[in-house]
Design a binder for this molecule. Structure first.
Ligand code: SAH
Ligand code: DHB
Ligand code: MG
Length: 250
């Protein structure tokens, strides 16, 4: 016998939210600046599609793990993920974030100022493909977080790859979309945008990557984590196999 009554069982989404809230209660302290950013974004009618607190903290930890000094973000919205990432930077660190909508950029600026992080951040307003193509950073970025319109994922990934250092990281949000990306009957442009990126990564020998699906208060989705310009284990195994094939008569 199951210990829960199926008719009273929480829906999966409620379970996922409860689990996030439970874990966060131990691991992520209450944070006035982040709560201000969420409320101010909501009050300004921005869509509620920022990363969750647990995902924001993961981005912050990743950036700190590699001692990031320069970060590129694509898709600012109200700057919620931007605050988490900017906080990982030293005082002289720099975060460049690209956003299409002037209104989102204005809300993000206020939220970043409130969080005391705006001095590290430059918000570039306009279509990100154009913005990124014009960027020629003197020093490469250590980490890029791609989280804008999903159909342009490959364009953003290639631009990020051009500007992220060897050994740097590119994280792409929303690569699972409740399993729709893997559903052959879903031909939505967002799913197509993720598939295009995956097809590229299959053959890109400069990049080693994995998708981690997530459930939580933002539903069922996933992050793609890519490491740049280091030996690609998938290919190194192929090469190892070739190396050990004995030549006949040698
Ligand atoms: N990273 C944010 C959420 C970003 S939501 C966070 O987690 O807090 C996606 C954002 O991408 C939206 O603000 C949207 O306006 C922006 N966007 C959509 N199309 C874009 C484009 N072509 N260029 C730049 N930004 C775009
Ligand atoms: C959407 C965009 C996001 O970046 C996200 O994290 C969730 C949803 C969207 O456009 O629906
Ligand atoms: Mg997202």
């Amino acid at each position: 016998m199951s210990s829960t009554n199926p008719s009273n069982a929480p829906q999966p989404e409620e379970d996922w939210k409860r689990s996030d809230v439970y874990h966060n209660s131990f691991l992520i302290p209450k944070d006035e600046a982040l709560e201000f950013a969420q409320k101010n974004s909501q009050d300004n009618d921005l869509p509620a599609i920022a990363v969750s607190p647990a995902q924001g903290k993961l981005l912050n930890l990743l950036a700190r793990s590699i001692g990031a000094k320069r970060i590129l973000e694509v898709g600012t919205l109200g700057g919620y993920s931007t605050i988490w990432l900017a906080r990982a930077l030293p005082e002289d660190g720099k975060l460049v974030t690209a956003e299409l909508e002037q209104k989102h950029a204005d809300v993000a600026r206020a939220n970043l100022e409130h969080a005391g992080q705006y001095s590290k951040v430059e918000i570039l307003v306009g279509p990100a493909a154009e913005t990124l193509s014009k960027l020629k950073p003197e020093q490469p970025f250590d980490l890029a977080f791609i989280d804008a319109d999903k159909m342009s994922n490959l364009i953003y990934f290639l631009e990020a790859k051009r500007m992220v250092k060897k050994g740097g990281i590119i994280v792409v949000d929303n690569v699972v979309r409740e399993g729709r990306v893997a559903d052959p009957t879903c031909n939505h442009e967002s799913s197509e945008g993720v598939r295009k990126l995956l097809r590229h990564l299959k053959d890109d020998r400069d990049v080693d990557a994995t998708t981690i699906a997530t459930v939580g208060e933002k539903g069922y989705d996933g992050f793609l984590y890519a490491l740049l310009n280091v030996q690609n284990i998938a290919y190194s195994q192929v090469f190892t196999c070739i190396d050990i094939v004995p030549f006949p008569n040698s």
